[in-house]
Every structure is written in C-alpha cells, then in structure tokens.
Design a protein around this ligand. Structure first.
Ligand code: ADP
Ligand code: ADP
Length: 232
C-alpha cells in the first residue's frame, strides 16, 4: 500500500515559488491500477516522482508498504527503488546496449550474478513478447517495442510497484492499446501495483480501477473509476 499524507512540494523558479503539490492525501491499495490524471503542469509527474523520492517532498510523508520513504538513507533508497520501478514517455533505454543488456542493467547494479541475470532477462523478453530482440539495439525498435523493453527492464528486480509516467503518450492508438494490455497483464499475473500518470481519459477508462484528478497541485476528485466516469 502507498500512502501519501500532507504531501507538499514547491519549486523555486526565476518567477517565484511554484507550488507543484499542495497538501496531497492519497491511498493506493495493493493490486490497484491507479490513475493520476490532469492537465499539463497539474503536478502528476512530481507526485509520482515523490513516491520513489526522485523528488524530495518539502512537507508530508510517503509510505510504501509501511516504509517511510522520506526517512531512508541513500543505501536504503537504492534498495527501495528495486521495489518501486518506473517507465517513462521517452523510454530512457541505454542506446549503446542491446535489449538483453538493457534488461540486465538493473540486475548488474544489484550485483545479481551474470548468468542468472541473463536467464531472467530472457524470461522477461518472453513475457513482453519480444524473445527475438535480445541482440537488437533500441534504435532498431519501434516505439511500442522500446516500451516493451523498458517494461521488461522495470520488472527485472521483481518490483512490487510499477510507476508509469505518460508511458503511452508517445505511441499511436493501437500501440497504446497493446501496451495497456501488457500493463494489465503484469498487474493481474504478477500482482504488481501500478500507478499510471496520463492526460488521457481513455487510458484511465481502459485499465484503471481507481483514479485521482489533479489540478494545480491539488486532488479535486478521487475514487472508483466507474463511479467517477460512468456515463449516464
Ligand atoms: P505534470 O506532470 O502534471 O505535467 P509536473 O509535475 O511536471 O506536472 O509539474 C508541476 C508544476 O511544477 C509545473 O508548474 C512545473 O512547471 C513545475 N515543476 C516541475 N518540476 C520542476 C522543476 N524541476 N523546477 C521548477 N519547476 C518545476
Ligand atoms: P512531464 O511530461 O512529466 O510533465 P515535463 O516535460 O513537465 O515532463 O518535465 C520534464 C523534466 O523537467 C522533469 O524532470 C521536471 O521536473 C522538469 N521540469 C518541469 N517543469 C520545469 C520547470 N518549470 N523548470 C525546471 N524544470 C522543470
């Protein structure tokens, strides 16, 4: 379970202080596919980056499975980030490495023995439907295939939580659908809690069970997707 309490984050800019998050309170339950929706600049990215402490909150607390993220030491945070992994709009793959070695990368950092890491990476290539791309480089892949490799890499450390920051925003509708299906499969079959940032209602409607609507750093609506978006 992810619990955000009184989360506030400000940025100092030339134009003055920007309050990116203003006293956010949210609970994301185990097994949720939880949508965070809102316009550009609403604070979605900052909120999710506070869950794994890519951004440090100014006030409030972030607890993941009872672990108070803002209190962790650097070493503890490294370990926590193997449990809470992330995918991005621009995939962030390492261009000089093959797909297989991209997926092995987090396991290398976690000092998993090479043979074991390679075996696991090949299993993950199967899981994401690209078993024949082990030796391909990211530049040789389509956007959807790149995101599949990024998902495989995110799963390499057997996380409990997958954070998705506009993961389908660079993809066409058909590819978006396929990636959302893969995310749903990961949630159901591996029991991974998923947090999905999006500006697209259709993404929330397709896979999320719960949603928070963010506007100017505040949660303006929160709850069951059916209840909030059901058409009369
Ligand atoms: P969203 O993901 O909903 O588009 P963000 O979380 O990226 O929103 O941004 C929320 C607000 O915080 C915006 O006004 C943005 O410009 C500001 N912001 C985000 N990151 C930074 C930063 N590193 N420095 C200054 N302002 C930032
Ligand atoms: P997103 O699509 O996630 O909202 P952005 O393009 O808003 O991405 O932000 C990308 C990066 O730039 C993030 O690391 C964010 O913290 C930073 N950023 C966003 N807004 C600002 C800003 N006004 N000033 C400085 N950095 C910013």
């Amino acid at each position: 379970m992810i619990e955000l309490q009184h989360l506030t984050k400000r940025f100092a800019t030339k134009g003055g202080t920007v309050v990116a998050l203003n006293d956010i309170n949210l609970t994301i339950r185990d097994g949720d596919i939880y949508g965070i929706i809102g316009m550009s600049g609403a604070g979605k990215s900052t909120l999710v980056r506070c869950i794994n402490m890519l951004e440090r909150p100014d006030e409030g607390s972030v607890s993941v499975d009872g672990r108070r993220m803002e209190t962790l030491s650097a070493g503890e945070l490294r370990a926590a980030r193997r449990d809470i992994t992330m995918i991005f709009q621009q995939f962030n793959l390492l261009m000089q490495r093959t797909c297989l070695r991209n997926i092995m990368f987090p396991m290398e950092l976690a000092k998993v023995p090479k043979e074991k890491a390679e075996a696991r990476a090949r299993e993950l290539l199967e899981l994401v439907g690209l078993p024949d791309k082990a030796e391909a480089y990211p530049a040789q892949l389509s956007g959807g295939q790149k995101q599949r490799i990024a998902i495989a890499r995110a799963l390499a450390t057997d996380p409990k939580v997958l954070l998705c920051d506009e993961a389908t925003s660079a993809l066409d509708p058909n590819t978006t659908h396929a990636i959302l299906q893969l995310i749903q499969k990961i949630n159901r079959e591996l029991g991974i809690t998923v947090v999905v940032i999006t500006h697209q209602m259709s993404v929330v409607e397709e896979i999320c069970n719960r949603v928070a609507i963010l506007d100017e750093g505040t949660v303006v609506e929160e709850g069951d997707v059916q209840a909030i978006f059901s058409h009369p």
